[in-house]
Each structure stands twice: as C-alpha cells, then as structure tokens.
Ligand binder design. Structure first.
Ligand SMILES: Nc1ncnc2c1ncn2[C@@H]1O[C@H](COP(=O)(O)OP(=O)(O)OP(=O)(O)O)[C@@H](O)[C@H]1O
Ligand SMILES: [Mg+2]
Length: 334
C-alpha cells in the first residue's frame, strides 16, 4: 500500500535536505514566517503556557488558534520553489525541535487512472500512514504535490465524480488529522490557488504565495551557483538584470528553476569540454533562453482533465487540443 501511495518517503532529519536548504535563496525568510505557525500548530501547550505566563489564565484567543488546521498551502508558478521549500521546511523544523520526523510525499501528477474510488482511496491511505507515523511521537509531514488535481472546486459543473469524492475525502481527513494533537503537518502545493476548494482553503493555517525571484534574488543565486568561475560582481549584476522581470525578456522574469535547471546547464553544455564558462557565453545563453510562461487557469483545467488518462493518451490529447503549445506538455510531463 505504501509503495503505491507515495512517490517518496523520507526519514528526517536528512542531510541532503539540510544542504539543499542552504542553497535556496530566501529560504530563511520563508522558514521564519512559517515557523511560528508551525510551532503553534505543533505545540498548543506552549501557547497555553504563554497565555498563563502573561495573563494568568488561558485566553479565548488561544482557542481560536487551536481551531486552525495543520495545513499550509503553497501556490505559485512552475519552478518557484514550492516543493523544495516544503521538503526543506519539514527537515529544518524536525532539526530545530530536536525530534525525528517522517516526510511522506504524495504525488498526484502520475497517480490514478480514474477507476472509481481510486483517488479517494489514495488519500485515505496517505492519511492513514500519516496518522500512524504521527502516533509514534514523531513529527509526520504529508506533502500533497500538484494538488490541483485533487483539491479543486467541487462546484465546477464538469468536475468528475471521482474528483468530487477525492475533495470530500480530503476535507474529512483534514478534520480527522486535527485530532492528532499537533504532530502531523500537511503541505499542499498548487500552481493555482484559485482552483483550490474553498472548504480546504478556509481550513489552512497559512497560504504562502511563491513568486519568481527579484533582481536581487537572481543576483544572489548567480553569485552562489557561479562561485569560482571568476565573474565580477558587475557581470553577475548584468546577468541578473537581463533575466529578471523587465529585463531582456520583458515583464516576465526567470523562475528559480529556469536559472538552475535551464540557463546554467545550457551555458555549461555549450562550452564543455574545451572552453571555460565566460560572461559572454552566459549572457548569450540568457538572451536566447526564454523564461517559463505563466500558468493560466485553462492550462490547469486541461491538466486536470488529462490527469486520469494514461501517459500516451495525455500527450496525444494535448497535441490535438493545442498543437503549437509545449507548455501543457511540460506541465504534465515535467
Ligand atoms: N528559493 C530558491 N533558491 C534557489 N533555487 C531554487 C529556489 N526555489 C527553487 N529552486 C530551484 O528550482 C527547482 C524547482 O523547484 P521546485 O520543484 O520546488 O518548484 P515548484 O514550485 O515545486 O515547481 P512545480 O510547480 O513545477 O512543482 C529546484 O530544483 C531548485 O533547485
Ligand atoms: Mg513542485
């Protein structure tokens, strides 16, 4: 059951995630923002202690916090860092609280063939395992990635019965998880917050919107990733301004993954093995590599519709629907 339900199961703390967190621009800011919410969700006793210390009794406001669900929604364009941030947060939190933890990663992108009840069953299995792990006095994290496929609006006319059932199951399971006395945390990642069902949205402790990096963040990332290549600060700044919003490619800047997984590898491939990596090569590559396009709601809809079909069918259908567009293919196959 476990193998079929999860794309990845990770014991925490994990050294790989620790190093990854150190390589992420802006991670600390995300961490500090989310940390207190996580703490309050994980340790309601601490909140009551705080209240007694400062007011001599448990204030009603503590009850309001207790009504929050241990659910964090991360939304943003493709490649803005939702998945890696969720993974690294789980790791850092486990470290800072000096506990052991368990990260269960449910991927809806490649799961499910539309058989009746399959998606609901998948969610049930995931939460069953989550509660089992949380019950062992460890922190248990469930990462529901690409959640558009299961958490979207139930009111949509065309919504498949199976998807409606999945949303209902998810809501019911979120309600149950609150009984876990604060040791289970759920991260839900989506490209479009707008398609998330309101009932799920309302239950979240926090919604974090992930943006494409600013010029300063591009500069910071390039400085880190191009360390040792001998580029000057001025050259790095010029590259950062080329690839960020209102740079060479217009309004839309690069995503983090455009920089790390496209620009830098492509520049490297073009000089390897005979030449060193120069500013001119990087500049040229930056000018010829376009940023990933923004995801629009209709693309999410197509992804959702394609979700239940098998792989070849997906690609054929995308081709038929929007022959000139590679975006959808990236969306479903990336
Ligand atoms: N804050 C960051 N600093 C540096 N690199 C980052 C950051 N966020 C993401 N990246 C890089 O971008 C890549 C993609 O990140 P991630 O998979 O988390 O994006 P995502 O938002 O989950 O995208 P998708 O919507 O496609 O699932 C990662 O491999 C990582 O190296
Ligand atoms: Mg992701």
């Amino acid at each position: 059951m476990i193998d079929e339900t999860f794309e990845q199961i990770q014991d925490l703390p994990c050294n790989r995630l620790d190093s990854l967190a150190k390589s992420l621009v802006g991670f600390q800011t995300h961490y500090e923002r989310i940390y207190k919410y996580l703490l309050l969700t994980l340790s309601p006793d601490d909140l009551r202690r705080w209240s007694r210390k400062h007011y001599g009794k448990v204030l009603p406001i503590c009850g309001l916090i207790a009504q929050k669900y241990p659910l964090f929604i991360f939304s943003g364009d493709v490649g803005t860092g939702k998945t890696v941030t969720a993974q690294c947060l789980a790791d850092q939190l486990t470290r800072n609280l000096k506990k052991e933890g368990f990260l269960l990663q449910l991927s809806t992108r490649v799961r499910g063939s539309g058989l009746h009840g399959q998606m609901s069953q998948l969610i049930q299995n995931a939460f069953q395992e989550l509660m089992k792990q949380a019950g062992k006095k460890r922190l248990a994290f469930l990462l529901i990635d690409e959640a558009d496929a299961i958490a979207s609006l139930r009111s949509t006319e065309q919504m498949h019965q199976e998807e409606k059932a999945a949303v209902n199951t998810l809501i019911q399971k979120l309600d149950e998880v609150r009984q876990s006395d604060g040791r289970a945390i759920i991260f839900l990642c989506t490209n479009r917050a707008k398609v998330i069902d309101q009932a799920i949205y309302r239950r979240s402790a926090l919604h974090v919107v992930f943006e494409r990096p600013s010029q300063e963040e591009c500069f910071e990332l390039l400085t880190r990733d191009l360390e040792g290549t001998g580029l000057s600060a001025g050259e790095l700044l010029e590259l950062a301004s080329l690839i960020s919003a209102n740079g060479h490619h217009g309004k839309l800047g690069y995503t983090f993954s455009d920089i790390r997984l496209r620009l830098l590898p492509e520049a490297l491939v073009s000089v390897f093995p005979y030449e060193p990596l120069t500013f001119d090569v990087l500049r040229q590559t930056a000018m010829s590599t376009k940023p990933s396009p923004e995801i629009r709601s209709w693309q999410v809809l197509i992804t959702k519709r394609l979700f239940w079909r098998n792989w070849n069918e997906k690609l054929n259908l995308v081709d038929t629907l929007v022959p000139e567009s590679k975006i959808k293919i990236n969306l479903v196959s990336e």
